[in-house]
Ligand binder design. Sequence first.
Ligand code: UTP
Length: 407
Amino acid sequence: MTLQQAQEKVKKYGQEQVLRYFDELTGTEQQELLDQIEATDMSLMEACKHQEELAKRGEISPLAAMELDEIEANKESFQKTGLEAIRAGKVAALLLAGGMGTRLGSDNPKGMYNVGITRELYIFECLINNMLDVVKLAGTWFHLFIMTSDKNHEATTSFLKEKEYFGYNAEYIHFFKQEMAAATDYEGKILLEAKNKLSTSPNGNGGWFISLQKNGLLDLVHEAGIEWFNVFAVDNVLQRIADPVFVGATIEKQCVVGAKVVRKVAKDEKVGAMCLEDGRPSIVEYYDMTPELMDAVNEKGEPAYNFGVILNYLFRVPELEKMMSSLPLHIVEKKIPYLNEQGELVKPEAPNGYKYENLVLDMIHQLDSCLPFEVVREREFAPIKNKTGVDSVESARELLKKNGVLL
Ligand code: UTP
């Protein structure tokens, strides 16, 4: 892209500030900036001016979960079906590890965080240990795809290599990078992180299937005969991955998505709850829970929106390939490093602008059927979002200990 074309583009979207330092740059730096301006979708930023439009929801109604007693009663059959699928190579795990983990506040990728006390025990290691249990049970390896982003790819890949993948078979591990999106101030103006570089953030965890495709990995998926992706977040150190019972239940119930859920501890707990939205499976975010929804009861007299998602989903590949429409955009407040008026880099202590993201939970709404599958909270839900307090390193350590993990 030439300077003139870049000037036209930024003018069209009211983003002229990104060329503020152009004349101070070397020839190479100028070209880097022009390339980035060309590659950036600046139409996204318009959305921050009409955020109320983005937040519109359809009609919410309950979606029953498969609860623990039903799972227990059918465990043998579900496990057999799940193990058959795993042994046939139909199930792959997909780790979403492209996020920035800003709340945890570590400069390294979240998975590199050491939760051990008397020994080293990294988050990645906890997840891989959980997968190795299934490898042992099934007597076979299964593929593990790891999504990273520009911000953490190098660190993630070299760390895992150095640790020899914590015992996982490297031939079954495949890394790919997600896309980035520009980040803005509260007025929707794109920030700069260097004089020749727009501030960018990973574009949310909802782009994982498109990024997998763009990175040319779908050929491998087809060749290997993968039919299901168990997509999971990096920060829940207790979750079971490629859990045969969960896989088997989703297959036997003929659903195209399974979602692990936990019973909420309070009606206003900050987790998204499984529901139907205009008759299709969906997730109602905690900030969209009206008092009516919080107090609604089902035919058993229990809270109707009582099961929260834990970001552990099982997606069927053919439906993902048919998924055509784009996902809704989420505008999220974050701490974004930026150049101030003096051209100095500032790393803010508090949120100072917006990131533009697609979220994996919105994929559920595009699919026809979903099985919410209850798991025991204390055994499978120990997310590490913050340094201290709720969903923190401290709370996860307590839960790991309760589950017999040596720290
Ligand atoms: P979070 O919503 O916790 O976001 O991600 P985050 O960026 O990791 O952390 P904060 O909000 O800045 O503290 C949930 C999961 O989705 C992944 C994360 O790595 C985590 O596993 N994720 C998030 C991505 O893979 N890409 C993204 O762009 C965002």
